[in-house]
Design a protein around this ligand. Structure first.
Ligand code: FES
Ligand code: FES
Length: 152
């Protein structure tokens, strides 16, 4: 066990954990932040996507010991009032179906637009490739990313 100081959504948290604990379980089990989802646990589905210093990462394979002083952002902290351009566009296009994958989709889309405010179709496909949606909302996701790039 070791003690870790984590900055999550602008707030500091101290947790005492096995250093190998994936940050996904720190969020969900230790801090009761349930917006980040568990899908596969092996970096294959994207449901658990968070930002680490603004970069999209799979929290299911990211040990707490690897965070160091980097800042974590989860879906709960992407915007103060749920009004990030990606969130606005998601509402406009009514993107979610069951919703399970959507926090991860939104976090990946937000990271893409931060780096590349006007992505092409190919760039969207490449950036979103690792986010699986079993409900097949892919075409709405793509439209929403384009709308978000116009709002943003
Ligand atoms: S739960 Fe992390 S990528 Fe699937
Ligand atoms: S909305 Fe159901 S898995 Fe994506």
């Amino acid at each position: 066990m070791a003690t870790f100081s984590l900055n999550i959504n602008g707030k500091d948290h101290q947790v005492e954990l096995d250093p190998n604990t994936p940050i996904l379980w720190v969020l969900r089990d230790h801090l009761n932040m349930l917006g980040t989802k568990y899908g596969c646990g092996i970096a294959q589905c994207g449901a658990c996507t968070i930002h680490l210093d603004g970069i999209a990462m799979r929290s299911c394979i990211l040990p707490v010991s690897a965070i160091k002083d980097k800042k974590i952002t989860t879906i709960e902290g992407l915007s103060e009032n749920g009004n990030h351009p990606v969130q606005q566009a998601w509402l406009e296009h009514d993107v979610p179906q069951c919703g399970y994958c959507q926090a991860g989709q939104i976090m990946s889309a937000a990271a893409l637009l931060k780096d590349n405010p006007n992505p092409t179709d190919k760039e969207i496909d490449a950036a979103m490739n690792g986010n699986i949606c079993r409900c097949g909302t892919y075409s709405r996701i793509k439209k929403a990313i384009k709308t978000a790039s116009e709002i943003g």
